[in-house]
Design a protein around this ligand. Sequence first.
Ligand code: PMP
Length: 285
Amino acid sequence: RTVYVNGDYLPEAEATVSIFDRGFLMADGVYEVTSVLGGKLIDFAGHAKRLERSLNELDMKKPACFDDLLEVHRELVRLNAIDEGLIYLQITRGSDGDRDFVFPDPDTTEPTVVLFTQSKPGLADSAQSRTGTKIISIEDIRWGRRDIKTVQLLYPSMGKMMAKKAGCDDAWLVEDGHVTEGTSNNAYIVKGGKIITRQLSNDILHGITRAAVLRFAREAQMEIEERSFTIEEAQAADEAFTTSASAFVMPVVEIDGVVLGDGTPGPVAKRLREIYLDESVKSAI
Ligand code: PMP
């Protein structure tokens, strides 16, 4: 695989980052994941915009290559012949060669920029999207700025492991009795044809896929309510699903052992997945 590090395209074994990098020492970094379908980028503009916001919120300067990131994404897709897959982008605050809680001087410290591709044949037609996922709920003990897409992914990672141990696929995070989001996706339920998903705030990541799916749902005259919901309400819903750039619209068929409907992906989730894939491929770049 060819990867990108700070301006260079290199074989992955030759790519290096300092052990003092604040991404490594302090999770002082942000990231984006953009999907690739048919060799084209899905919703690149949305990811670039959120990336810029994440950098701003953390007082992190833009790397010199910021305006070239679309070209870098495209070049990696080309060099690695990606048809279906993902591109991971990470920007950390870099390092001044020491460890200190105080940020290094931005005038003399360059951010570290890393991109790599993950080939995922069958991403758009995954087996999991046809069977749906089983979810457990766990307490949301993450920090209070989940709207910033930082690389602090230890708790979400532990959540996935807890789900696996329980024979499930993923976890929904619950705070003050209400679902915030999934470990790596936004959470939705459907009741009486109405799509219900938590309102945007600092409590959740503002999903790029969420924005697109809600737009397509509105265009299709579906009813949407942006509010929080409990696990009990979700268990009593007609269907449930999640959205993310890496799994698009993913049906949920079981929550904490309670089977939703007939235990197969619901019609709203299936329809939204189809619309999302159709429309986003049409506008892919
Ligand atoms: N919430 C969290 C916590 C996530 O990690 C992700 C995926 N990175 C999402 C939501 C979905 O966001 P997007 O649709 O932009 O991938």
